[in-house]
Design a protein. Structure first.
Length: 728
């Protein structure tokens, strides 16, 4: 696909036609089947209603003449709702030239949230008044103005005359038809704790909580379980009474006594803790010290601390804080449990996360939509799309109104599993629910198409993103750069880089690493080092990924000393090396036959605190096999066992090739038997080593037996197999 129109003069506004003109003439829906019309909604429904059409209705004609093609294109509800597909063009497809002549802006048509509420009425005409009359009117307005309710809470209603035996979930089910409910508060009876006092409060959630409360107020006087309900908007009297009660308890009944020193110190330390948590979240010691200075933390402070550890992925300290809270006799809430589950999900320990979910259910704490979203996102990071979909279905059964966050997590799960058909279906389902796709979902879809190498659809999502009114960010351009470097079109990636700079977006470490990785695949070391110089010029501090790529480039050039110098420089910059840092150096020395230096780097890696992987050991085994030092190569297997690293197919195949070169058929078949017993995969390279050993020792009957087994295992022969048989 030609991307030559991507010039530096391309504007970044959503109203401009996309630069990818070669793909802008065809559109299709995510699904092969047409979308069924939505069912009629009840009058009291709080779900999002979309206008039937944003274009003016053409006037009807008396004669049944065919309707001409409109010049204004019809846009979908959401830009991700239809994607291009060259096999099935859409009926609504038009040329890109008509897009720019549309009187309605693209952002106005595609982002329908601005159309949901009517515009404010025009201001009344000003009437000339004398200064005295104007002053008198202002004074009368101030006198007649009702006193301001300080403790009013938006979306909160009072419900009276309730049955004493009613439960929270029954009340929630009855009033959830007006909108999502954040909390249900039932006031308990003073005499009987198992019964309520006959009244309570409901707090609606979401941006339209106020409208939901106003609709619920219409149920005033309706019968509910044999009682006539009293439903009113909450005036804040209960919160004000609680505040006055707390004030009298802290300051004294008359409000003139000196404040309690203990309360004063505790409130000061609590405010200091929250300030540090907001302003210095990266300073772990400051946050912990501020929390420890609180003499008696409440559930809120414990929950904030668990959430802080969760964001850092520190599941051990999160669990310790959670248990400390329970040891003080404080029962965890749904929010605290959700933070703990988040900690395990970030730490990739989904078994413990599910254990916390079971504990919540045992204690009768209902999982919120955020809890379900975190569980779905945790399985998505593992690539377990089936488990993520299972919990997503549970969330749909439990919660009628889902949000874009949980949809983004399940879409990410299927994109990681390369199941883009299911991801597209979920996007359509989300749009039919009236949920507009946020920018993160566009990035997720672009990344998913990158993983399967579908350049066309990735560019379509990029075009739709701009048509929706979103300004492409560095992450957006990074998705394009990543796609082009993975499919080998580095020149296109450089054009995207120039387009980034033309709109004033600077590169970050990830985009620079993508460009360097693209040049490394082409073995273009010069341009890789040029990008690294750009990183230094921009004042960015290289991270471990960038250092690893540069070290790989030096090793590819054969400049091993410079690669070792980069390792020392990265340690000087307090950037901790990983096993991937030392891997190309060990492999380079092993390929060159310098096993002494390869073993020195191996020891250097262990001293740096890096744990050797099976790939690191395989590099050592390969170097020793090429030097015909089979005894030392076998000793590496013993070191792998001590380190708890299991050999893989490459390890055994390399050793088999070593013994085959020496003509030791017995040893080659011995390691072949080990591979089979350990359940490792046998491929053509494994049988190639056996054939090489048999032919080297002149055992052609055994070689023919190996070929028969290859046929039985349905393993195709390659050129090397035939050459070995011919030489034998």
């Amino acid at each position: 696909m030609d991307i030559s129109p991507l010039s530096t003069t391309t504007p970044r506004f959503p109203h401009s036609p996309t630069p990818f003109s070669s793909i802008a003439t065809t559109t299709i829906s995510f699904s092969l089947k047409p979308t069924p019309p939505p069912p009629p909604e009840p009058t009291n429904s709080s779900s999002i209603r979309r206008p039937k059409s944003l274009t003016p209705t053409p006037s009807t004609s008396s004669t049944p003449t065919p309707t001409p093609t409109p010049t204004t294109p019809k846009f979908p509800k959401n830009p991700l709702k239809t994607l291009l597909n060259p096999s099935k063009p859409s009926v609504t497809s038009t040329t890109t030239t008509t897009t720019t002549t549309n009187p309605l802006s693209l952002s106005t048509k595609l982002r329908l949230s601005s159309k949901l509420s009517p515009p404010p009425p025009p201001p009344p005409l000003e009437i000339l008044q004398t200064p005295e009359a104007e002053t008198q009117e202002k004074t009368q307005k101030i006198e007649n103005e009702a006193p301001r309710i300080e403790f009013y809470q938006n979306g909160k209603i009072f419900i009276g005359n309730l049955p004493n035996w009613i439960k929270k979930h029954e009340l929630s089910e009855f009033f959830s038809q007006f909108g999502p409910i954040k909390n249900v508060i039932l006031i308990q009876s003073h005499n009987e704790t198992e019964r309520n006092a006959g009244f309570g409060f409901i707090i609606y959630d979401g941006p339209k909580a106020g409208k939901s409360a106003m609709k619920a107020e219409e149920f005033d006087g309706m019968e509910f379980h044999g009682r006539v309900l009293t439903v009113k908007l909450d005036d804040g009297r209960r919160l004000k009474a609680k505040a006055e009660e707390r004030k009298n308890w802290v300051y004294g009944e008359d409000g003139k006594d000196y404040r309690s020193k203990w309360h004063e110190e505790r409130e000061g330390s609590t405010k200091a803790f929250r300030k540090v948590l907001d302003t210095q979240p990266e300073n772990w010691q400051a946050v912990v010290s501020a929390f420890e200075r609180i003499k008696k933390p409440s559930r809120r402070e414990f929950g904030l601390m668990v959430g802080y550890y969760a964001r850092r992925g520190d599941m051990h300290h999160a669990r310790q804080t959670f248990e400390s809270m329970r040891a003080r006799g404080i029962d965890p809430s749904s929010h605290v449990y959700t933070s703990l589950i988040h900690a395990y999900a970030v730490g990739r320990d989904m078994e413990e996360a599910l254990s916390c979910v079971r504990k919540m259910n045992e204690e009768g704490i209902e999982m919120s939509l955020v809890t379900y979203s975190i569980v779905v996102g945790g399985f998505a990071k593992f690539g377990n799309a089936e488990a993520a979909d299972c919990w997503f279905k549970k969330a749909k059964e439990r919660h009628t109104n889902l949000n874009a966050y949980i949809y983004g997590n399940i879409i990410y799960a299927y994109c990681q599993a390369c199941n883009m058909d299911r991801a597209e279906a979920l996007v359509r389902e989300m749009e039919e629910e009236g949920i507009d796709a946020p920018l993160d979902i566009y990035h997720t879809m672009m990344d998913g198409y990158t993983m399967i190498g579908n350049e066309e659809k990735c560019l379509i999502v990029f075009k739709r993103l701009k048509e929706c009114g979103f300004a492409p960010s560095v992450i957006t351009y990074g998705c394009l750069i990543n796609m082009y470097t993975k499919i080998g079109k580095v020149s296109k990636a450089l054009e995207v880089s120039k387009m980034m700079k033309s709109v004033g977006i600077k590169h970050n470490m990830k985009t620079y690493s993508m460009l360097i990785n693209g040049f490394l695949k082409l073995k273009d070391w010069t341009n890789a080092f040029a990008v690294f110089e750009d990183v230094i010029k921009d004042g960015l501090k290289p991270d471990v990924v960038l250092y690893n790529n540069i070290i790989k480039a030096f090793c590819g050039m054969g400049n091993m000393d410079r690669a070792i110098h980069m390792v020392k420089e990265m340690q000087k910059e307090r950037c901790r090396p990983t096993s991937r840092t030392f891997m190309p150096i060990i492999h380079g020395f092993a390929r060159a036959g310098e096993m002494r230096r390869a073993l020195e780097i191996f020891d250097m890696m262990r001293r740096s605190g890096c744990i050797p992987t099976v790939h690191t050991f395989n590099a050592l085994v390969l170097g020793l096999v090429e030097k015909r030092k089979m005894e030392k190569a076998v000793e590496i297997l013993d070191e792998m066992a001590l380190a708890g690293v299991s050999p893989d197919e490459h390890t055994y195949t390399t050793i088999m090739h070593g013994y085959a070169a020496l003509g030791d058929t017995g040893k080659a078949f011995e390691y072949f038997t080990k591979m089979r017993n350990e359940g490792l995969q046998l491929d053509v390279f494994t049988y190639e080593a056996l054939l090489k050993a048999c032919c080297k020792s002149g055992r052609m009957q055994s070689a023919l037996a190996v070929t028969r087994e290859m046929n039985a295992q349905k393993i195709p022969r390659n050129t090397f197999v035939y050459n070995i048989l011919i030489d034998g």
